[in-house]
Design a protein around this ligand. Sequence first.
Ligand code: NDP
Ligand code: 2IT
Length: 465
Amino acid sequence: MSQTASRTRREGEKIAADLLTAVEERNRHEPEFIQAVRGVLRSIQPVLAKREDLREHRIFERLVEPERVIQFRVPWQDDSGEFHVNRGWRVQFSSALGPYKGGLRFHPSVTLSVLKFLGFEQIFKNALTMLPLGGGKGGCDLDPKGLSDHEIMRFCQSFMSELYRHVGADTDVPAGDINVGPREIGYLFGQYKRLGNRFDGVITGKGDGWGGSKLRPEATGYGLSYFAAIMLEDHGDTLEGKRCIVSGAGNVSQYAAKKLIEMDARVIAMSDSSGYIVAEDGLTMDQLEAIMRVKNEQRDSLESFAADDGDVEFHQREKGSDGTSGFWSIETDCAFPCATQNEVGKREARALLDSGVKLIAEGANMPLDAEAMELMRESEVLVGPAKAANAGGVAVSGLEMAQNSQRQHWTREDVDERLKAIMRTIHDRCTDAAETYEVKDTYVDGANIAGFLRVAEAMKAQGLV
Ligand code: NDP
Ligand code: 2IT
């Protein structure tokens, strides 16, 4: 490395360290948010060193402060008449590129820190799609497990009774995320429409036939598999015959698995909160369809699926641990963590490396914790980071918004072509940015740099707001 290059690197490290210290001091009780900020800063050091204009405009300092955070009470009544109260939020993080856009999560682990990390990541993910989308996220600390349809409906109506005054087709457009699927989107949209007397594109993931886009349910998982295929193609390889493990058994996992099977990869294992299943020869499409019925219609567990299918092995989640260490030790070529943040720590990452993994594509948001990411950086494993690899979902949400504005409904083939093209563009923007800034980790650093630069230029142009 030349003297100038090493001076620039040191400068970048110092700027990033100072910025991180300030974020840590102002957000002491938000570990997930700090983790996400640290990850982005680690990648964009060369940009910060080179672009004095962005430093003068305090772009990063502004970007880590959400434009607006809304917190509200969600009171609701269960079927036996008992009252309950939950806490709801919407984090409107950045509108530099378009209306705030990002999902809603209902899970007991939801905190403001979790939603700020998700909203922060969403800004760069949405930027990478090249669509006109800002970044946001919302949700609630509800545990919906075991609730009846009527309870879910009343909860969604109460949640939207507060949220509706803050969202709108040109203001903030929520969508689904963990435990918010087509059923919840329907109830949320119904209440928005009733309160505002408006049928507009306020929320994406709507049903086919009442404003939804074809392929939105499949988009995140399909996009993830397309992205993995492009990464491999760029390295002279394909998914054909590859042993794949997919964690989670929800929306993203199901459609990632479906597309992997269609592309002749072998899906050896999937997991959920009950444990994990292993099918040594790879799941068949019939088995996957049965899993989808159990999870989406019966709202039951993989344990229950395995009880009816003699051809898969079931391993129960061990109590008192994250219970998935065995899962990450399965001999594998490609791993798709698609459940939740920090599901892969140092121990799981070591197990994955020992298992022979060559590619990891993140379907969940931030599924690799900082230590796991560091281990991967030191290895030869190709890592497709969440903000690039799982951007297919929000991309098709962006296409749903476009269709709603035009009062049009595109065909499945049309949406699929656009999704493939967007995943290719995201891939190439990562590799181009990595090349321009001469960073080591093509996808992780490239995604952060390309996403950051698009938002930063827009913020600079729009002045001090
Ligand atoms: P779902 O609710 O459909 O599925 C989540 C799956 O992960 C379920 O199988 C669930 O188990 C499991 N899971 C969730 N949290 C935990 C936990 N704390 N411990 C163990 N298992 C857990 O959600 P999605 O598939 O929509 O989302 C999965 C991930 O993908 C999230 O990180 C989300 O942010 C991300 N994502 C989602 C997009 C979308 O369009 N939906 C777009 C981009 C990213 P169980 O079934 O037993 O509850
Ligand atoms: O994390 C994500 O990208 C999502 N949950 C989808 C967001 C969206 O607006 O479609």
